[in-house]
Ligand binder design. Structure first.
Ligand SMILES: NC(=O)c1ccc[n+]([C@@H]2O[C@H](COP(=O)([O-])OP(=O)(O)OC[C@H]3O[C@@H](n4cnc5c(N)ncnc54)[C@H](O)[C@@H]3O)[C@@H](O)[C@H]2O)c1
Length: 294
């Protein structure tokens, strides 16, 4: 291993369980100091104590990622305790409620957008000033999903927010390169966690009648989601794969090579759309125009 993680600090959102906990453990055992942040306080404290017992230096902070002021407090507490932040893992995320667009609920869609998209933006906005300031460089790992690489029927809010996370990662990778801050979008397929039980952390303000009105269909939808998640890889394997991929400084971190063929569909469809435009009498003359970029 060529990266020296020793004594560097990682701030990980959604660290109480699942992927966030696995990454906290993996990076902690590589010598990083870990700031574990989560909305689920009791589980967070219990998980933090388990990692401390394994010899990892941990600061556990309450954080609702949809609240920017809380992000600022966590960053400040992390700097007070460990001096500097070198890695941000924007991991907290929720699955929403499976439904077709005509049965969707505005509040539930907003919840997913606030956690999965705004939460990631707030995390990067709160953390990058201090990462730039210390000048040692670092990493931002945004946990997207294979679902961010392609639309997913009956899971629009989730796949749309994950596509946004991929897009934000692409933008920030360019913006932050000169500061030696490497940005990755982690895009796993299924991992054995509690993501299908995300409603447990839904804040009260996102009210919905969906669960009552559509109980039977939702039971089926959640059952299918649970089976898919259960078929997934262990979060500990994913965590090792992330560390491996960081060595190669990849923008996209993939964990499931078996999705290559089905995800290639989009790349092929995009290429075909360009071919169609190139053959269009209306626009084919633009083929040699210079591309204007920022
Ligand atoms: N499990 C999978 O199959 C899978 C696949 C692809 C991507 N992901 C992504 O991985 C990330 C981690 O999810 P997971 O699978 O470990 O699920 P999980 O439900 O086990 O863990 C999610 C964690 O995020 C926390 N959280 C939820 N809302 C929060 C909020 N508002 N503020 C702070 N913390 C909050 C939860 O308390 C929990 O600890 C998510 O972004 C998810 O979308 C998961």
């Amino acid at each position: 291993m060529s990266i020296d993680f020793q004594n560097k600090t990682a701030l990980i959102s959604g660290a109480a369980g699942g992927i966030g906990l696995a990454l906290s453990r993996e990076l902690g055992h590589l010598g990083m100091k870990i700031v574990m942040a989560d909305i689920e306080q009791e589980v967070l404290q219990a998980s933090a104590n388990i990692l401390r017992a394994e010899g990892i230096e941990v600061l556990a902070c309450e954080l609702d990622v949809t609240n920017f002021e809380q992000w600022e407090s966590v960053v400040s507490a992390a700097k007070d305790k460990f001096g500097a932040i070198h890695m941000l893992i924007n991991n907290a995320g929720v699955g929403g409620i499976p439904s077709g667009i005509d049965k969707s609920d505005n509040n539930i869609f907003q919840w997913v957008v606030d956690v999965n998209l705004m939460g990631v933006m707030y995390g990067a906005r709160a953390t990058t000033p201090s990462m730039k300031e210390h000048g040692e460089g670092g990493w931002i790992i945004n946990v997207a999903s294979m679902a961010g690489m392609n639309g997913v029927p009956y899971s629009t809010a989730y796949s749309a927010t994950k596509a946004a996370v991929v897009s934000m990662s692409e933008s920030w990778a360019v913006e932050l390169k000169s500061h030696n801050i490497h940005v990755s979008a982690l895009c796993p397929a299924f991992v054995k966690t509690r993501i299908h039980e995300s409603l447990r952390t839904k804040q009260d303000k996102y009210k919905t009648n969906m669960l009552k009105e559509n109980a039977e269909n939702l039971k089926k939808g959640f059952g299918q989601a649970a089976a898919l998640v259960e078929s997934g890889i262990d979060a500990s394997l994913l965590a090792k794969r992330v560390v491996e991929a960081l060595e190669n400084k990849q923008l996209y971190i993939f964990t499931h090579p078996n999705y290559r063929e089905s995800m290639g569909y989009r790349a092929r469809a995009i290429d075909k759309a360009f071919e169609d435009a190139q053959n269009s009498p209306l626009v084919k003359h633009l083929i040699d125009d210079e591309i204007v970029s920022l």
